[in-house]
Design a binder for this molecule. Structure first.
Ligand code: IPE
Ligand code: IPE
Ligand code: MG
Length: 241
């Protein structure tokens, strides 16, 4: 049973840059540099396919544990990507968004990110959502914190919802507010884990894992993942139609 319906949202755990570099005898950061080229290619492929939302896991909350030099290079690459791509993103109708506690990013990087988000605000062809200093458990705690604050400040606040906290209402408190949940999760480099990524939103996502390292992942691999998604039978707990 194959459909040709595109996922409304694809989320990608871009993994394997370090191993890609190590296999070539390069330092890990060379893998991150090569990975930026894959980001460019996959954004372009998403536009070509007409995908509405693409989320990329670029830096996790836990990634601060890495050596300082590696973290610095990752931040510089983000600056570099925005600097080089902003014109094209604007022109192609890409709207940049972020999820994660971006306030903790280095000042210069944060300024660049905010500028790019503001500059692409009016775009609507593709939402490019970048997870930066992102942690799914923190996202859920941030949502609960805001809900509690609002409820304390205005006890009537949740009355219109019948005083019941629904999944839809809770979703509006997450960083991904307004976005559909990912239909497809791709992880490169073969690891079989979520690494604290979108725990709430991935509840019913189809998962596709490829052994390829992120720098080796191509537009063709991306299309292959989407075709595989289109062959899957999604049941959502129901029985076969
Ligand atoms: C993914 O590649 C990039 C980030 C996590 C920022 P890794 O750097 O995790 O590469 P491996 O997993 O060590 O090969
Ligand atoms: C997940 O990859 C985070 C990103 C891709 C940004 P990691 O390489 O950090 O995940 P673990 O440590 O293998 O779980
Ligand atoms: Mg990794």
């Amino acid at each position: 049973m194959t459909s040709n319906i595109l996922p409304r949202h694809v989320a990608i755990i871009m993994d394997g840059n370090g191993r890609w570099a190590a296999e070539r005898g390069f330092p890990r950061v060379a893998g991150h540099k090569a990975g930026v080229e894959t980001v460019r290619a996959i954004v372009k492929a998403s536009l070509d396919l007409g995908l509405p939302v693409l989320t990329l896991y670029a830096f996790s909350q836990e990634n601060w544990k890495r050596p300082k030099e590696e973290v610095n290079v990752l931040m510089e690459l983000l600056d570099f990507f925005i600097h080089k791509e902003i014109g094209r993103l604007k022109k192609e109708g890409v709207r940049l968004r972020t999820i994660g506690r971006i306030e903790a990013l280095p000042e210069k990087t944060l300024a660049k990110v905010k500028e790019a988000v503001a500059a692409t605000r009016e775009n609507g062809r593709l939402i490019l959502n970048i997870a930066l200093n992102y942690g799914a458990r923190t996202e859920i705690l941030d949502a609960v914190g805001r809900l509690l604050e609002e409820a304390a400040a205005d006890p009537g606040r949740f009355r219109p919802f019948g005083a019941r906290l629904t999944e839809e209402l809770f979703s509006e408190y997450l960083y991904t507010r307004g976005l559909p949940d990912p239909d497809l999760l791709i992880r490169t480099s073969g690891e079989m884990r979520l690494s604290n990524f979108l725990l709430w939103q991935l509840s019913y996502a189809e998962i596709y894992i490829t052994k390829k390292y992120w720098p080796d992942f191509t537009k063709g691999d991306f299309k292959k993942a989407i075709r595989e998604y289109q062959r899957r039978e999604r049941r959502f707990g129901d029985v076969k139609a």
